[in-house]
Design a protein around this ligand. Structure first.
Ligand code: ZN
Length: 359
């Protein structure tokens, strides 16, 4: 994700001329590892390089991006702010600080950072677009009302949505006990924010593909306004996104998308027959290796197959190891245990053997 964010802003050349060759190599390797989606190893490179060159802004930038990718938001902010203190022109650091603030729920702070960024780079259209979207989101959220439950808070726009908001709270509470129980008594530590949008607002704020029925990025976001007549669908979508919140609580990082989406799709309702039916109709199977990162790039038809295939795999994992086993697997992944090792320990058989029997 950060690399996408940074796509509009070419990484500036190193500022200092007197960088020792070993540090320069570590820095180069670190950024290459970030490009390759390996933030944990990249973080090690930057940490090592910072030992001998602690005032190098780009090393702090790299360390900050790695922390951002690993969802260590406090570390990310710390490193990026150091980078900016050392070199205020390091716009890449500002880009990521804005994302971190937004992810931490500080929408106004994120908007301020992007205002500075747009002032510095008036010709970067993508940055200006992001700022525009975040401002609209901030205004929308400021005029929303809040229905507060013990375990969730639901934001909605006007009195007309009052009934929907209380229905959503009830539906979320049911999902909370059902899915938390299923995963071996896994419950969130603090109330989860939920925002109800119209479909247009949802697309604008989340930039999800047209087929998306909800999103979770620390906040459960769902386009359900005007959906009172479809209670089943409301339950399904909220349960699905709540499952993502549970997964995030178990493992902030390291979870392949097929596992995250597969679990959400397997437990969102009592039935998974849709997944079997979907896979029986002809279509091109997508290799699992292609389902480790976001499904957002898939077409609607590919996405259906991806969700169905993932749901069937995770349903089998739940059948074999139970919800507790799957929850433990997620914890291991979040702590950086490699998938094959974690799978063997928690599901009690080699991952490759398991996958061969599911297909
Ligand atoms: Zn999902």
């Amino acid at each position: 994700m950060p690399l996408l964010l940074l796509a509009g802003l070419a990484l500036s050349a190193p500022a200092g001329a007197q960088v020792d060759p070993r540090t320069a190599l570590l820095e180069r390797d670190g950024f290459e590892l970030l490009e390759a989606g390996q933030p944990r190893r990249a973080a090690e490179m930057f940490r090592e390089a910072l030992k001998s060159d602690p005032k190098n802004a780009r090393l702090h930038l790299g360390a900050g991006i790695a922390a951002y990718m690993e969802r260590r938001d406090v570390d990310a902010r710390d490193q990026l702010e150091r980078a900016l203190a050392l070199d205020a022109r390091l716009s890449e650091a500002r880009v990521v600080v804005g994302q971190v603030l937004r992810r931490q729920g500080d929408f106004a702070g994120a908007v301020r950072v992007y205002e500075t960024l747009v002032a510095e780079h008036p010709d970067e259209q993508a940055t200006a677009d992001t700022l525009g979207r975040w401002r609209r989101e901030l205004e929308l959220h400021e005029r929303m009302r809040l229905a507060v439950g013990e375990r969730f808070t639901v934001s909605f726009e006007g009195p007309a949505e009052e009934e929907l908001a209380s229905r959503a709270l009830e539906s979320l509470d049911r999902a909370y006990w059902r899915i938390g129980g299923l995963l071996g008594a896994t419950y969130p530590l603090s109330p989860i924010p939920v925002v109800l949008y119209t479909r247009e607002q949802f697309r604008d704020v989340t930039r999800s593909p047209a087929w998306a029925a909800g999103a979770y990025d620390g906040i459960i976001r769902v386009p359900v306004r005007g959906a009172l007549d479809q209670a089943d669908e409301l339950d399904r979508v909220l349960a699905h996104e709540f499952t993502h919140a549970l997964v995030r609580g178990l493992a902030a990082r390291g979870v392949p998308t097929w596992l995250n989406e597969g679990l959400a799709s397997a437990v969102e309702s009592d039935r998974t027959s849709w997944a079997d039916e979907r896979l029986q109709t002809p279509g091109i199977a997508i290799p699992l290796a292609d389902l480790t990162t976001s499904f957002g790039r898939l077409s609607s038809e590919q996405a259906e197959l991806a969700y169905a295939g993932s749901a069937i795999i995770v349903r089998r994992m739940l059948d074999e190891a139970g919800g507790y086993g799957v929850a433990q697997l997620l914890r291991d992944l979040g702590e950086g245990v490699e998938l094959n090792a974690a799978f063997l320990r928690r599901i009690q058989r080699p991952f490759a053997d398991f996958i061969a029997t599911v297909h």
